[in-house]
Design a protein around this ligand. Structure first.
Ligand SMILES: Cc1cc2nc3c(=O)[nH]c(=O)nc-3n(C[C@H](O)[C@H](O)[C@H](O)COP(=O)(O)OP(=O)(O)OC[C@H]3O[C@@H](n4cnc5c(N)ncnc54)[C@H](O)[C@@H]3O)c2cc1C
Ligand code: SF4
Length: 405
């Protein structure tokens, strides 16, 4: 077999791709992972979101950062890019779904999903090092008051986060410790300093990104990750298997061509949809169901912003802390953006799924703080419908309001 042949090729190195790569490698398959973004060492992540070359992903413009932005009608879709996918840019919150998810009539009759999925959630929590955020700031108190006013104060709980906290290991913030999660098979780590820059990329190394767990272990077991490699075509071979064409990300010329017995599409919701539609239209994969176009998001993720700077007396924290739930299907969390991460705040995006049965809401991003410059951002979060809070940053007072209503 050629060096470009794999038993399984995985497109995308985010959550789906990394888990797939590890588990298949453990089962003895030769696995290749094709990732459009670049690989980052912790200290190569952007020091501030104004360093757009390292923060924004727009390879044709010479930017290969971690924040992918796609305009879909009047919706700006944010997702991750880079080896580790969305884990590089996400806000570390790792919730288990509320009861409404398990009880959805479209599938509740099939089995007891809570019971069915319990072992998988437990396993994923262990792998991603989930802990609860232990601290509170003034904005968390505001969220608790809001929850109390809505009569749901009991739903105000600390946010589960995938972060290495010193408290959990008997050490202080910013301490180097040997692999705390995988008995020495994982990388050495540094504990969280509460700098609040999780969504710019954790330069400390405290965020439990996929390169610290699933992907690290997959590569250790033999999986090969090809960074800066954008998949452009996937065609079945007459003899079985597939030929996968790529181009160097940002380039125009064709790149390496791989073959594989099986191909897993894990290029995120939008990336996979785009690729599959293109492959169907070009005739490469003519049997892709046109029905995939009618997939709709049933839940919405929304950025709601509130932020304060250190000058207001709040201190930097991880990107999300406590999470009240005004309704059974609602979860909110006030996120933090460090003061060094103000670029997205200037953008003031509106986000909503146009076809969502839920009324649309505007969101205004706000934020602040970081250890590097000493400010903070949003923290806890009540919501109103199906909202998992995330906010865009800014230290400016004009960003200290949420327009969620
Ligand atoms: C700012 C932000 C904050 C978030 N915060 C949270 C949070 O706190 N909690 C939470 O649960 N979720 C959060 N999310 C959402 C979370 O990141 C995603 O749900 C998750 O990453 C999706 O995983 P995935 O495997 O589907 O795709 P991703 O993790 O996005 O990985 C897909 C990968 O595929 C690559 N790719 C795409 N197209 C191609 C191609 N053609 N060829 C090769 N590679 C390709 C991409 O570069 C990317 O690296 C956040 C997202 C953002 C943007
Ligand atoms: S708060 Fe800072 S140190 Fe802690 S996980 Fe986020 S970016 Fe890393």
């Amino acid at each position: 077999m050629s060096e470009s042949h794999y038993d399984v090729l995985v497109i995308g190195s985010g959550f789906g791709g990394s888990v797939t790569a590890l588990r298949l490698t453990e089962k003895g398959y030769r696995v290749g992972v094709l990732e459009a973004g670049r690989r980052f060492a912790d200290d190569e992540l952007a020091a501030t979101s104004w360093r757009v070359r390292d923060y924004v992903y727009a390879p044709r413009l010479g930017m290969s950062g971690i924040q992918r932005m796609d305009l879909l009608g009047d919706v700006l879709v944010l997702s991750g890019a880079g080896v580790g996918g969305g884990s590089l840019v996400y806000a570390n919150t790792l919730y288990e779904p509320p009861a409404a998810f398990y009880e959805d009539p479209s599938w509740a009759g099939i089995t007891d999903w809570r019971d069915e999925l319990r072992a998988s959630y437990d396993q994923a929590k262990r792998m991603l090092g989930v802990t609860t955020y232990p601290r509170r700031t003034p904005s968390d108190e505001v969220m608790r008051d809001a929850a109390a006013a809505l009569g749901v104060e009991d739903s105000f709980v600390p946010t589960p986060v995938g972060v290495l906290r010193g408290e959990d290991h008997g050490v202080g913030p910013g301490e180097d410790i040997p692999d705390p999660f995988f008995g020495g098979a994982g990388p050495a780590r540094t504990t969280c300093t509460d700098c609040g820059s999780c969504m710019t990329g954790c330069r400390v190394g405290a965020k439990n990104t996929l390169v610290k767990n699933y992907l690290h272990l997959a590569e250790g077991a033999g999986a090969e990750v090809h960074a800066l490699t954008t998949v452009t075509d996937v065609r079945p071979l007459p003899t079985g298997g597939y030929v996968v064409a790529t181009r160097p990300s940002g380039g125009v010329r064709a790149g390496r061509v791989f073959t594989a017995d099986q191909v897993v599409f894990a290029a995120a919701a939008l990336g996979t949809q785009k690729l599959l539609h293109r492959l169907r239209a070009s005739g490469s994969l003519p049997h892709v169901s046109p029905g995939s176009a009618s997939c709709r998001a049933r839940t919405r993720r929304q950025s709601s912003g509130s932020g304060r700077s250190a000058r207001d007396g709040t201190a930097p924290r991880t990107s999300a802390r406590a999470s009240p739930s005004p309704r059974r299907s609602t979860s909110t969390s006030p996120p933090t953006w460090s003061r060094c991460a103000t670029a997205p705040a200037r953008t003031r995006w509106r986000c909503s799924w146009r076809r969502s049965p839920i009324p649309r809401r505007a969101c205004s991003a706000g934020g602040s703080g970081c250890a590097r410059c000493g400010a903070t951002a949003a923290r806890s979060s009540p919501s109103t419908t199906r909202v998992t809070g995330r906010s865009a940053p800014s230290c400016s007072s004009s960003c200290s309001r949420s327009t969620t209503r």
